[in-house]
Design a protein. Structure first.
Length: 426
């Protein structure tokens, strides 16, 4: 399942006075038809995409679907399989931020209303990178509520993950065969010295919290105390143990050059670069959660030599093949995003207008070397990757074959379209 995405982050900064809307800054609102042309040109089978929540969701049960109606109708016409990205690092102004205890129930209604309006959409990432969203918003103090304490982090985390779980339940009410792909950052913390080992061990337990809660896995004892000491109640913790939907999920994981960290004796961390790599860290997550895996994000800036991103693409793909050859059920790969991005060099903390050359295409919609390389990779590998087992075929119904009901769909379309973007035989 080869994929890309159209970057739709929209956190607020500056005490929530400024919204950093990547779809706006990268020109998608103006060039959305051309962007979908490029999706078809590159040859991917799936697109991570969602409406800008702050523009579409105007109040409880109150929506402006105009842009979503245009774009999703065009995606359906093109038979592009959408992984619907419903919440990407921000919420509408009227919600406030992730400290709002009403957010989970309100978001579940939004998700259900979206699914009812676009019932042909089967794949979802309800909330993108839950751990990163809570960390950047409520621990580092960078986005949205700009929290900097363990209590604000735990509050944001429990609300975000509960919203994700409730949204999955709500979507399943509309589309019982929905599949949820958790796009979550895969992290690892390396101790810089013996004095840093305890800090690193704590951080390596903390990195799993969003998926532990989402999948109903009992957290480690240290993390249980950490959650309860910082505002999670016994009843809130048991909600996650009792209401998870792990059986409907694919564990999507993201890997960047910044995902591994060196931890010093004072507990501070800095980027370590690629030490273990995607292969090793993904195996750690797979052994913990035992779910099918999809590589849901990676990129690297095109540097002065012009081949840095191309080399990174090759390295990530080699890691995917290595995981697959070990027998881990990995079902997809993603270069994120379709076009260059803006101001990610400051992690969207500052509005500087810096273009980050991370896309398959630049912001003039001209293909980059990594775009050509990704297209060639897809052409070379799509037809020669055999299904390891019929049991590993993800049961995706392409948009053009959705008949108004998820019951009684013609299952032949899942595996018998080898040359179309709807190929689901991984």
């Amino acid at each position: 399942m080869f994929a890309t995405g159209i970057e739709n982050s929209y956190p607020t900064i500056g005490n929530q006075r400024v919204r950093i809307d990547q779809m706006d800054k990268c020109g998608h609102y103006k060039h959305w038809r051309l962007d979908f042309d490029l999706v078809e040109e590159i040859g991917v089978s799936c697109l991570r995409y969602g409406p800008p929540i702050h523009r579409a969701w105007l109040g409880e049960g109150h929506y402006d679907w105009d842009f979503a109606d245009l774009t999703f109708a065009d995606l359906k016409r093109r038979n592009i399989i959408v992984i619907a990205d419903l919440c990407h690092f921000g919420v509408p102004d009227w919600i406030g931020d992730f400290q709002n205890p009403e957010f989970p129930a309100l978001f579940a209604r939004y998700a259900k209303d979206f699914a009812s309006r676009f019932p042909w959409v089967q794949l979802y990432t309800p909330i993108n990178e839950m751990y990163i969203c809570a960390t950047f918003s409520a621990s580092y103090g960078w986005w949205n509520e700009r929290g900097t304490t363990d209590r604000t982090f735990v509050t944001a985390l429990k609300h975000i993950v509960k919203a994700n779980v409730l949204a999955m339940h709500a979507i399943l009410d509309v589309r019982p065969d929905a599949i949820f792909i958790q796009s979550e950052s895969t992290e690892y913390y390396h101790a810089d010295s013996p004095a840093a080992m305890n800090h690193a061990e704590c951080m390596n337990a903390k990195r799993f919290l969003s998926l532990d809660l989402n999948y109903g896995r009992r957290v480690d004892s240290e993390m249980y105390e950490y959650l309860l000491d910082n505002g999670m109640t016994y009843e809130e913790y048991h909600f996650f143990l009792e209401h998870h939907l792990k059986q409907h999920c694919i564990m999507g994981n993201d890997y960047y050059l910044t995902n591994e960290h060196r931890v010093s004796a004072d507990g501070l961390s800095r980027h370590a670069g690629e030490v273990f790599g995607y292969d090793e860290i993904t195996e750690q997550y797979y052994e913990r959660f035992l779910l099918p895996v999809m590589h849901t994000e990676t990129n690297l800036a095109e540097g002065p030599d012009g081949n840095e991103a191309v080399d990174w693409l090759w390295k990530q793909w080699a890691n995917v093949l290595q995981i697959r050859n070990k027998g881990t059920p990995i079902v997809g790969f993603t270069w994120y995003s379709l076009t260059d991005q803006m101001d990610w060099d400051s992690s969207l903390r500052e509005e500087n207008g810096h273009v980050n050359p991370l896309g398959l295409y630049d912001l003039e919609r001209r293909v980059r070397p990594v775009g050509r390389a990704y297209k060639k990779l897809i052409e070379d590998w799509r037809k020669v990757l055999p299904t390891q087992s019929v049991c590993l075929t993800v049961p995706v119904i392409p948009p053009q074959f959705y008949n108004g009901s998820c019951i009684g769909q013609d299952r032949r379309h899942q595996t018998q379209i080898p040359d179309s973007p709807a190929n689901t035989n991984f």
